[in-house]
Design a binder for this molecule. Structure first.
Ligand SMILES: Nc1nc2c(ncn2[C@@H]2O[C@H](COP(=O)(O)OP(=O)(O)OP(=O)(O)O)[C@@H](O)[C@H]2O)c(=O)[nH]1
Ligand SMILES: [Mg+2]
Length: 454
């Protein structure tokens, strides 16, 4: 018999209510042991999607008021009987309630075990289960919308469609291989080629969108660089809306890298404010400058800050050169002061140039737009089918590779056996992606990343 699992499903923190969730065959009988309904209700008689007010008790007696919500199999999150006990939120009460249900026969749920049961009971696909994790982890509107679309099955449907076509093709192919003498009027080599090419394109489309989607979800590593005193730390603070970095009029103020994650519109930027770039004798500052150069190299986006009240110097020109071919925005700062710098020179070197006063906030919307343009991410549609993580990407990449190999076999006149082998491989990889044929280890790995109680 399957165990009945229990866990605290709300954060372990002080709050209005705290929820202990039970799932499994014994969910209602265990709930009955710890919950006393207020009215003359019987827990065992409660229908699905109903709630009852009452009290919770353990061996010491009644310790809180609670509401019991009942979900009957298969119409529940996990597909099993589910009971949710909501008591007052608070570290002590919720843990005491959990202990009470464990004493009454439940076993502690593993991380993600509720969602894993939903998957094993066929309530959701593996990609939809992953979406639940993504939804919980979402830090921006884009991430939340992308996760919701994954949860709604946008990716699953796209994968199913590709898999369906390949399965039909594999059927034709194996008939052909098994009965070569029969006339196969239904498919021609051209049609096989077309089907394979379509599947390949569809998979390639998903793979192409992966990088941009990931960047938007996890944040874009962004280095703020430039000469000492250009206003890098002031820009950091402006974007952070707080005094994150120390700002002084002393050139060489910032030494260590100061990091902060900020949300700008739909984008998450992992900002790094760095030491001003210059030749210096100060050993501490030297290390800071080295760190700054290295961070600039490893970042996906560079915000290069120039002081418009100063003429461009050698260091500025070096920086402009280093921006070539990079995803970068030249930020011409201190435009509230009389301008001395050669703006044309910057415009020639950098594709995105923004005039800003970091201390006064003027030019911030333009900076946001320039960043979006530099990243060319504005056209990523969070509602479209999108690969959500590395696991999904590698399955899709392997499937795509197999499809291309099938196409190659077909075009170079190999036997249809060879084509069939490749198509079968592609189907298997897609099954792994959506979870229909995923190995136990893969499934376990997916759910181990969840929090307990989900
Ligand atoms: N007028 C004006 N002053 C600014 C502006 N932005 C920054 N400053 C001033 O410029 C000076 C240097 O600013 P910081 O932000 O510390 O410059 P930084 O680039 O971080 O300098 P280091 O850390 O030394 O490399 C401070 O006195 C700021 O108040 C601006 O937009 N307008
Ligand atoms: Mg600074």
């Amino acid at each position: 018999m399957e165990t009945t699992i229990a866990a605290i499903s709300t954060p372990l923190a002080v709050g209005g209510i705290g929820v202990v969730r039970l799932s499994g065959e014994q969910a209602l009988s265990i709930a009955q042991r710890v919950f006393e309904p207020g009215a003359a209700k019987q827990v065992s008689q409660m229908a699905g999607y109903t709630a009852a007010y009452g009290h919770v008790r353990d061996s010491q007696g009644v310790f809180d008021e609670a509401v019991l919500t009942v979900f009957r199999a298969p119409r529940s999150y996990t597909g099993e009987d589910v009971a949710e006990l909501s008591c007052h939120g608070g570290l002590y009460l919720v843990q005491r309630l959990l202990r009470a249900v464990l004493d009454a026969g439940a076993v502690p749920a593993q991380a993600g075990e509720f969602t894993k049961r939903a998957f094993l009971n066929g309530k959701i696909s593996l990609t939809q289960a992953e979406a639940v994790g993504d939804l919980i982890a979402a830090r921006s509107d884009f991430s939340a919308r992308a996760a919701l679309s994954l949860k709604d099955g946008a990716l699953y449907r796209r994968i199913q469609a590709i898999q369906g076509e390949l399965l039909a093709l594999a059927g034709h192919l194996s008939a052909w291989v098994d009965y070569p003498e029969e006339e196969m009027e239904s498919v021609t080599p051209e049609e096989i080629g077309d089907t394979l090419a379509r599947a390949g394109e569809s998979l390639q489309g998903l793979l192409d969108g992966f990088g941009a989607g990931q960047l938007l979800k996890q944040g874009i590593d962004t280095a703020i660089v430039g000469r000492p005193n250009a206003g890098k730390s002031t820009l950091m603070n402006l974007l952070s809306q707080s005094e994150r970095s120390i700002v002084t009029q002393v050139a060489g103020t910032t030494r260590d890298i100061v990091e902060n994650t900020v949300r700008i519109g739909d984008m998450i930027l992992n900002l790094a404010d760095t030491a001003g770039l210059r030749e210096t004798q100060d050993p501490v500052e030297q290390i800071g400058v080295q760190l700054a150069r290295r961070r600039m190299q490893s970042s996906a986006l560079v915000l290069a800050v120039f002081d418009s009240s100063q003429e461009l110097d050698g260091e500025d020109l070096e920086l402009l050169k280093a921006l070539k071919g990079r995803c970068a925005v030249a930020v011409v700062n201190k435009v509230d002061l009389p301008s001395k710098l050669d703006l044309e020179r910057i415009r020639q070197a950098a594709p995105q140039v923004v005039l800003l006063s970091a201390s006064q906030g003027q030019g911030l919307p333009e900076l946001q737009e320039a960043i979006a343009r530099a990243l060319q991410l504005v056209q990523v549609d969070p509602n479209a089918a999108m690969l959500a993580n590395e696991r999904q990407r590698s399955c899709a990449a392997a499937a795509c590779q197999a499809v291309l190999e099938a196409l190659e076999c077909l075009q170079s006149g190999y036997t249809l056996d060879a084509v069939t082998v490749c198509v079968t491989q592609a189907i298997e990889r897609l099954g792994e992606l959506s979870g229909t044929t995923a190995a136990q280890a893969v499934v376990d790995e997916v759910f181990s990343k969840f929090c307990v109680g989900k």
